[in-house]
Design a protein around this ligand. Structure first.
Ligand SMILES: NC(=O)c1ccc[n+]([C@@H]2O[C@H](COP(=O)([O-])OP(=O)(O)OC[C@H]3O[C@@H](n4cnc5c(N)ncnc54)[C@H](O)[C@@H]3O)[C@@H](O)[C@H]2O)c1
Ligand SMILES: [Fe+2]
Length: 389
């Protein structure tokens, strides 16, 4: 459907503070909101970097009492979040602060909502299932990846169904965000690469999604430009603060793209890799990207040209076909430069497994419906074969 026949909207976090050293503004936020009791949510990896010393010190010196949850599991399961909430539910908090990657921020968004809704996580899986707005939230990303700080989504794993599913509600959109690149400098190279590819894919998928609109187009092309010019630099030198800044802003724009448009087949096909093989979200997406790009190319070739131009690998004077080829070539080169390879190639994945993966992917209708081309089960299996053989 043409953009002239559609209504589209943009919702984002209430207050976004960004820039090198912006973590200091935490004191203004808690003073503005008259916050006394803070629940800080993170994971072991982030906790061990001692990155949280500064924000905790700022909170304490602003008169806040801080309780810390530092054991959010990677890409958490529904029941793991419920166990954690059970421990906290009798305390009173004025603000939930999520510091970390998507796993910690998604957990923080869900836990903030559980406090004000008499329900468990399973009750709010799906679209618009949350009745009441949660406790005030502040998100501080430490990976430049998911863009969860800008989205109405939180992703959880339902192990018995081998599915990663979304809790999607405007009530999950964070109230405050701090984007301080200093919080991402300790991110190891491989996580920088995987999470950075996730951010790039949010922008690319939103740009070719059937829900693409002028808002997502603007943020997507700028995110593609920022991330593609800086991802190698951030990977090769984690201390490169300029590159980290580009990555963090690019990832945030990617989140805004998800919020107004949506991801598509790369994300739909990547969820089974997370739920069946526990391959991390960024890596799952990255290894699928070139193959899904090949599949979608003929449906949105002019949009591929725009993305190739934004990446700086094609000129306006190039034909769409030429530009699209250059785009896929550049993605393959990028994966090589970032040492990203499919971990499934080392395994002996049977036809039965591929069938199961395809069946799981077909259930992700929320995202498959955004794809510019319909995928049959055979199309999905053909793409999976490319990452296992
Ligand atoms: N809510 C959304 O809109 C959205 C969008 C995409 C993905 N997701 C979800 O987000 C999750 C993945 O999040 P992620 O890719 O950010 O990874 P993650 O949060 O799982 O973190 C990956 C690893 O990096 C470590 N880490 C994070 N920051 C660090 C730092 N600064 N220094 C050192 N180590 C650090 C963590 O401890 C962890 O071990 C998945 O569950 C995915 O489905 C959510
Ligand atoms: Fe993602």
């Amino acid at each position: 459907m043409s953009i002239m026949e559609r209504i589209y909207s943009l919702k984002g976090p209430g207050n976004v503070i960004a820039g090198i050293g912006s973590i200091e503004k935490l004191k203004n936020i808690v003073s503005e909101e008259k916050v006394k009791n803070v629940l800080l949510i993170t994971d072991k990896g982030v906790w061990n970097t001692r990155l949280l010393e500064k924000p905790i010190e700022i909170l304490n010196s602003s008169g806040c009492t801080v309780r810390v949850i530092n054991d959010i599991p990677p890409e958490p399961e529904v029941s793991q979040l419920e166990v954690i909430f059970e421990r906290e539910k009798d305390y009173r908090y004025d603000m939930v602060v999520g510091i970390g990657g998507g796993s910690s921020m998604d957990a923080a968004k869900i836990i903030a909502a559980l406090f004000t809704n008499k329900c468990n996580v399973r009750d709010i899986i799906g679209v618009n299932k949350i009745k009441n707005k949660g406790i005030t939230t502040l998100m501080i990303p430490t990976t430049a990846g998911t863009g969860s700080e800008a989205t109405p989504n939180a992703i959880v794993l339902v192990p018995e169904e081998k599915l990663k599913v979304g809790v999607v509600s405007d009530k999950l959109i964070p109230d405050y965000v701090i984007l301080d690149p200093c919080m991402t400098v300790k991110l190891p190279p491989s996580i920088t690469a995987n999470t950075g590819m996730d951010a790039l894919i949010h922008a690319m998928e939103s740009y070719i999604s059937v829900k693409a609109n002028p808002f997502s187009d603007t943020f997507a092309l700028r995110a593609i430009e920022l991330i593609s010019r800086s991802i190698r630099r951030a990977y090769n030198n984690g201390e490169d603060i300029e590159a980290r800044h580009d990555m963090l802003i690019g990832a945030f724009y990617g989140g805004l793209c998800i919020a107004t448009s949506g991801t598509a087949a790369v994300h739909a096909l990547s969820y089974p890799l997370g739920s069946i093989f526990r391959i991390s979200h960024g890596l799952s997406n990255a290894i699928l990207l070139p193959h899904v790009l090949e599949f979608n190319m003929d449906a949105v070739i002019d949009r591929y040209k725009d993305m190739a131009v934004a990446m700086g690998v094609a000129k306006e004077s190039c034909t769409s076909e030429e530009s699209a080829r250059k785009l896929i070539e550049e993605i393959n080169m990028l994966l090589k430069d970032l040492n990203i390879e499919s971990p499934l190639k080392e395994k002996d994945i049977s036809e039965e497994y591929i069938e199961e993966m395809a069946e799981c992917a077909l259930k992700v209708t929320r995202l498959l419906e955004n794809n510019p081309k319909r995928l049959s089960k055979d199309d999905i299996k053909a793409i999976y074969k490319k990452i296992v053989e």
